[in-house]
Write a protein that binds this ligand. Sequence first.
Ligand SMILES: [Zn+2]
Length: 302
Amino acid sequence: MAWFKKQRKPIEPPDKQSRVPEGLWVKCPSCSQIIYNKDLAASLSVCTKCAHHFRLSAAERLKTLFDGAWQEYDNGLTSTDPLKFSDTKPYHKRLDASIAATGMKDAVITATGPINGIETSVAAMEYSFIGGSMGVVVGEKITRAIERAIDRRLPVIIVSCSGGARMMEGALSLMQMAKISGALARLDRARLPYISVLTDPTTGGVTASFAMLGDVNIAEPKALIGFAGPRVIEQTIRQTLPEGFQRSEFLLAHGMLDLIVDRREMKATIGRLLHLFIDRPAPPETPALTAAAADAAAGPPA
Ligand SMILES: [Zn+2]
């Protein structure tokens, strides 16, 4: 008989069926707080303890911005894989997998609908579709959203959440930077406002084009915003990068952003800005302005 032979059976793992149903609770990656899923949805996917902003899907984003129903456009556009590109797997297979996983045809939803009563053209990017990357379809849909706004005299909001241009479409994806920027220039000439909302992450060709071209550039707290990754920059300039580099707060302090707004305040802030740009009185549901309006109506104290 061997001296070190295991005599006893290993302890049986506890009942495999967990009593907590899957997906009912979420752990905050920032403060480790366990949050009930419904509570998280009620706070627009912001941690109620530490205000960590969880990533939103494009559809969830539109829900947080519009007053109610919206009209979606161009949702049938798909990439034709113009370069017949293949890396670890063929690009058309990647596209099929993303279409099956997200139920979307590409990485952006474009829609029109009211925000605080003002009809607005909005494009929201979807990170789970090949990293929210901008290919020909994303470029075309955003450009059409801007042109639609010019035709109908609407303000434009683009919510960026993207790893940059889509390398599987090569130079064609880079051309979208110029195409969208050109459309934004026409919007500017038509004297219509464009608000850019930068969320985690906004990088590469998206930062280098439309994300930074807003009349107002608003970011969510602690969002990663940059062009190249920190490692590439360090190797190029041969310097150590400062703490918090490429986060919203750093960019605000260095003049690259106008505002950092908590997601729970985003709709109210954008609503106020739209009323300011469009030069229309704000509706009564904005509390700060209601108080001011009530004061004005009451007149000076007797
Ligand atoms: Zn947290």
